[in-house]
Design a protein around this ligand. Structure first.
Ligand SMILES: Nc1ncnc2c1ncn2[C@@H]1O[C@H](COP(=O)(O)OP(=O)(O)OP(=O)(O)O)[C@@H](O)[C@H]1O
Ligand SMILES: [Mg+2]
Length: 237
């Protein structure tokens, strides 16, 4: 059995010289999978994502991508290695147009990225209509599409999404989930944090419940949805 495509294993660490936020935390996503992290506010979900992306001081444990230990690499170097990351906040340039945002996403590429931009427009047609408009004028759901589109512009090998459906209506959430599934079906592994725990676990091959920086429950999406303790504590019964 080979190791998962991306795995942060036994990660312990915090911000700067501050206290540990993550404690022996393991998060992974494998080829062809959607993996989902859920848990209460402040549980360390975003911190876990940042640890995988190289934005945290990981004091113990390791991060491996496609079998290579990348624990010491900067976020920029991880993008070059194939990681696409959409942070929870400040994930677009509001004063720049939609098209400029997507171009910014392609900054590490030396080749022609027009075809990738067309693929992003195929996935999110509204962005093509609004490509000349400042991204800050878009709706919440449309901004999230810009953020995901920007990450796709690097042609990543794995995509990390921190709360891609934050602040959108249930209908827009369903649409975004459909697009995320569509992206995953192209063979791109996706690891995402979601506050809509039930809906996210329904589409998850693998799920992680984090509590106070620790793995509380891990299983397939189905297993977690069926677990009485998980249901009672995290899914509203
Ligand atoms: N930049 C930072 N510097 C210091 N501490 C931070 C920083 N960002 C987060 N923390 C702390 O780390 C802990 C976990 O926060 P984190 O943002 O990872 O939680 P979360 O599970 O993503 O929560 P939410 O559901 O609200 O997004 C919190 O106690 C928070 O105060
Ligand atoms: Mg968060």
């Amino acid at each position: 059995m080979s190791a998962p495509f991306l795995i942060g294993e036994h990660m312990t660490g915090g911000y700067g010289k501050g206290p540990d936020i993550l404690h022996d935390c393991t998060i992974a996503v494998d080829r062809g999978e959607i993996a989902v992290i859920v848990g209460p506010n402040g549980a360390g979900k975003s911190t876990g994502m940042k640890a995988l992306f190289g934005m945290l001081d990981v004091r113990q444990g390791s991060v491996c991508l496609d079998g290579e230990d990348i624990t010491a690499l900067s976020p920029q170097a991880r993008v070059v290695k194939g990681m696409g990351f959409v942070p929870q906040t400040h994930n677009i340039f509001t004063s720049m147009s939609v098209e400029e945002n997507l171009e910014m996403g392609a900054f590490i590429r030396g080749d022609d990225f027009q075809q990738t931009m067309e693929q992003v427009f195929d996935l999110f047609p509204i962005l093509k209509d609004k490509r000349a408009q400042p991204a800050g004028e878009l709706s919440g759901g449309q901004r999230q599409q810009v953020a995901v589109g920007r990450a796709l512009m690097t042609q990543p090998k794995v995509l990390l999404l921190d709360e891609p459906t934050a602040g959108v209506s249930p209908i827009v959430m369903d649409e975004l989930f459909d697009r995320i599934i569509e992206v995953a079906r192209t063979g791109l592994p996706i690891l995402m944090v979601e506050q809509n725990a039930r809906q996210a676990l329904e589409i998850a091959d693998k799920g992680y419940v984090l509590v106070q920086g620790r793995n509380a429950y891990t299983g397939t999406g189905k297993e977690l949805l069926a677990d009485p303790d998980v249901r009672k504590s995290f899914l509203g019964g």
